[in-house]
Design a protein around this ligand. Structure first.
Ligand code: UD1
Length: 351
């Protein structure tokens, strides 16, 4: 059995880690194709290094671009790779442009496609990720869903017969990294923060960064919080803030570079709160039982909200005030599985 994984952006490297480890454990041949969508070492190389992922077998080196150009470049570059490797499964992850391009190229060459993290929906058709998810699910042969809710969405779209509930591979890697963390003092020292006394923020989605008024309202709110907030700035955020003439430091807000994954897990585990528009971080905060505030109008990870550990807020005073709320009631719920999703993925692939 030969599985070919297509990855390109930061969250996909995290999801790849437990799948690569499980392939190695079972002796399954695993070809890793890196599209090059993310190329900064802090968004790419450090994840391979810290999570023990083998180096990519193929690097397409497409880089940044508009949605059509980026998706098209990956699509064009995939053809010879898939013709050459002829995998039994092409495995695509999540909802980025690399996901859609990987799925489309495989479909056109009549290769079976499995979509990991299938069935998530925000029902917000303005999000590029929503286009990518819907199109990838409808192109896929095997839809590996992380949650019951995701399976329900697939059924509602007539895709139930291709769906398998496998749990969430991000929980596999999170638990592993958490258990291996020697100490969190170094990252707190690096950030200049005290245990339990600060919040961690990440903001990178186009809906939040590209509109100057919206980004301005987010930054203003984060500067007025009643405790220190450390913002781990994605390159898109830095670039847009500069274009909009916004200062990302001031008041309660300090801005730093993105953290490698183990340091991020350490920081979130010691934080009193998380502020984000990332999908993955909402779940990571929940799994580490750190209250999360999500700067979006909807979330795919509805379980975190229903269990009281995540609130959705708009930029402005509501955001500032949400960060002062008391901690929610403890819960033992595990809607994202038990940390063994990668094994369920390989079982579903017949590996
Ligand atoms: C992409 C995904 C998003 C995911 C995010 C994770 C799409 C449509 N979006 O968003 O779903 O949540 O990755 O981080 O696929 N840039 C750099 N260095 C890099 C990569 C990007 O400086 O290594 C800058 C470039 O200016 C680029 C911009 O960031 O134009 C956006 O990068 P892109 O990959 O298009 O989208 P992300 O915002 O990272």
């Amino acid at each position: 059995m030969r599985i070919l994984s297509v990855v390109g952006a930061r969250p996909q490297f995290v999801k790849l880690a437990p799948v690569a480890a499980e392939c190695a454990r079972r002796g399954v041949e695993h070809v890793i194709v890196h599209t090059g969508q993310h190329y900064d070492p802090m968004l790419s190389d450090v994840f391979f290094r810290d999570l023990g992922i083998p180096d990519p077998d193929v690097h397409l080196g497409v880089g940044s671009g508009g949605h059509g150009a980026q998706t098209g470049s990956i699509l064009g570059a995939m053809d010879p790779v898939l013709e050459d490797r002829r995998p039994d499964w092409v495995l695509v992850y999540g909802d980025t442009n690399s996901t859609l391009a990987g799925a489309l190229s495989a479909v056109k060459l009549h290769l079976p496609v499995a979509h990991l993290e299938a069935g998530l929906r925000s029902f917000n058709r303005r999000m590029p990720e929503e286009h990518n998810r819907v199109l990838t699910d409808h192109a896929g042969d095997l839809l590996l869903a992380p949650t019951e809710v995701a399976v329900d969405h697939l059924r509602a779209e007539g895709l139930g017969e291709r769906a398998v509930l496998v749990g969430d591979v991000m929980i596999d890697v999170l638990y592993r990294v958490r258990d291996e963390l020697a100490d969190t003092d170094a990252v707190l020292e690096q950030l200049g923060m005290q245990p339990g006394g600060f919040s961690v923020a990440t903001i990178h989605r186009a809906e939040n960064t590209d509109d100057p008024a919206r980004l301005g309202a987010i930054v203003a709110a984060l500067q007025e919080v009643d405790h220190p907030v450390v913002l781990l700035a994605h390159p898109r955020l830095r670039a847009r803030a500069e274009e909009h003439g916004l200062d990302l430091d001031g008041g309660s807000l300090t801005t730093r570079a993105p953290l490698p994954y183990p340091a991020l897990v350490g920081a979130v585990s010691q934080a009193r709160g998380v502020i984000t528009d990332s999908g993955g971080l909402q779940k990571e905060a929940f799994a580490l039982r750190t209250p999360c505030t999500t700067v979006r109008t909807e979330t795919e990870w509805v379980e975190t909200v229903e269990l009281g550990w995540n609130v959705l807020v708009e930029p402005g005073p509501a955001l500032r005030d949400a960060l002062a709320r008391p901690a929610p009631a403890p819960t033992a719920a595990a809607p994202y599985g038990d940390g063994h999703a990668a094994a369920a993925v390989l079982d579903a692939l017949g590996a």
